[in-house]
Design a protein around this ligand. Structure first.
Ligand SMILES: Nc1nc2c(ncn2[C@@H]2O[C@H](COP(=O)(O)OP(=O)(O)OP(=O)(O)O)[C@@H](O)[C@H]2O)c(=O)[nH]1
Ligand SMILES: C[S@@+](CC[C@H](N)C(=O)[O-])C[C@H]1O[C@@H](n2cnc3c(N)ncnc32)[C@H](O)[C@@H]1O
Ligand code: SF4
Ligand code: SF4
Length: 326
């Protein structure tokens, strides 16, 4: 039967955030001083996260993306991933990371059963990278990417949040990277998270990104895989890798939305921009997992049709992407 919402969309993809903590401070994701951290008792135990994942899978979820904050900073993550990978009925276990800890953890992730990695990489220039991430080193991430390839992960998806005047001059450098490497580079429209008044200036519309690429290269459409997210894919003719654009703001991929989110503190959100969600802790405390499954089904049933942010006069409600998990 699966999870079907009131708009007839099949929800088969869970984004599970395991921590709000991070070893970077990306300017587009959190304020310079960081966001107020959840206390240890607010963060769900792995046991509870696993109960949620198990019930979600038995209700119809087929793919779980583990995210954060930075998922690799949480202690015990590899054992947890191994337990997730063993869930009966789960077809895909994938993870989104900033790559800083990949060099030492890639083999462990592969062994735990993670099938694919999405890696955030917003600049190929050390100075710009460090400016965006407020101090993280590009070389360390690049080494991590190499190591993950070496241990046998399929070609990574590379996420680039495009910001006008910050890194948009590198769009063609990322395109060039795909000519010889098999990566799927995805350009993401900047989303307003901090309530910044100038987000419209920073956001480079997906259509413009595509035009800039098409002005230099001959491009052709590329297929999306099953259960994949909102990326619209294409490639430079003859390139080893592919390109994608995630029109998180201007696009209309809400019509095909297939996802549910659960934050590290146990809040289930039916939409990235939902603002608030449903606290699963009371139902977890009952110990009744059938009830937990029913709660997840009810949350899916109440999923909104789309976000309203591009409508005239709409204002973004500030939220920390690192809490929701992207
Ligand atoms: N507006 C919107 N943005 C999303 C949604 N899901 C992911 N994103 C954004 O898409 C970007 C890439 O996210 P990833 O974590 O790599 O996941 P994905 O591209 O959705 O996942 P796959 O297709 O499974 O590879 C991030 O900026 C996310 O915040 C969504 O449902 N709505
Ligand atoms: C919140 S991060 C969590 C996982 C991991 N720390 C990472 O950066 O890959 C998940 C995704 O959200 C994206 N993201 C965060 N803030 C964003 C924003 N304001 N606009 C667009 N994408 C954003 C990041 O680039 C990343 O690809
Ligand atoms: S985008 Fe990822 S790496 Fe950057 S601050 Fe947010 S959670 Fe951390
Ligand atoms: S904005 Fe909400 S409805 Fe639209 S794709 Fe994202 S999660 Fe789905």
């Amino acid at each position: 039967m699966g999870l079907i919402d009131t708009y007839g969309r099949r929800i088969n993809y869970l984004r599970l955030s395991v921590t709000d903590r991070c070893n970077m401070r990306c300017s587009y994701c959190m304020p310079e001083g960081g966001v107020e951290k959840l206390s240890h008792c607010e963060v769900l135990s792995y046991e509870d996260l696993l109960r949620i994942a198990r019930e979600a899978v038995s209700a119809g979820i087929e793919k779980i993306r583990v995210t954060g904050g930075e998922p690799l900073v949480r202690k015990g993550i590899l054992t947890f991933l191994e337990q997730l990978a063993a869930l009966d009925g789960l077809k895909e276990l994938v993870l989104t990371t900033n790559g800083l800890l990949l060099k030492q953890m890639a083999q462990g992730l592969r062994d735990a059963g993670v099938q694919r990695l999405n890696i955030s990489l917003d600049s190929l220039q050390a100075e710009t990278f460090s400016k965006i991430t407020r101090g993280a080193g590009l070389a360390q991430v690049l080494e991590g990417i190499e190591e993950a390839e070496r241990v046998g992960f399929p070609p990574h998806k590379i996420n680039v949040v495009v910001m006008r005047g910050v890194n948009d001059h590198e769009i063609l450098d990322f395109v060039k990277l795909t000519l010889t490497r098999p990566y799927a580079v995805r350009f993401i429209e900047y989303m307003p998270t901090s309530g910044d008044a100038d987000w419209r200036d920073l956001c480079v519309p997906g259509a413009e990104i595509r035009e800039r690429i098409a002005a230099q290269y001959q491009i052709e459409d590329a297929p999306s895989s099953e259960r994949s997210g909102p990326s619209k894919n294409f490639r430079v003719a003859g390139a080893a890798g592919s390109l994608g654009i995630i029109t998180a703001m201007t696009g209309h991929f809400c019509d095909g939305c297939n996802r549910l989110r659960v934050t590290a503190s146990g809040v289930a959100q039916s939409c990235l921009f939902a603002g608030s969600g449903v606290d699963l802790r009371p139902v977890l405390a009952t110990g009744d997992d059938a009830l937990l499954r029913k709660e997840l089904q009810a949350i899916v049933a109440a999923k909104p049709g789309k976000h309203q942010l591009t409508e005239e006069g709409a204002e973004a409600t500030p939220f920390a992407m690192s809490r929701v998990g992207g």
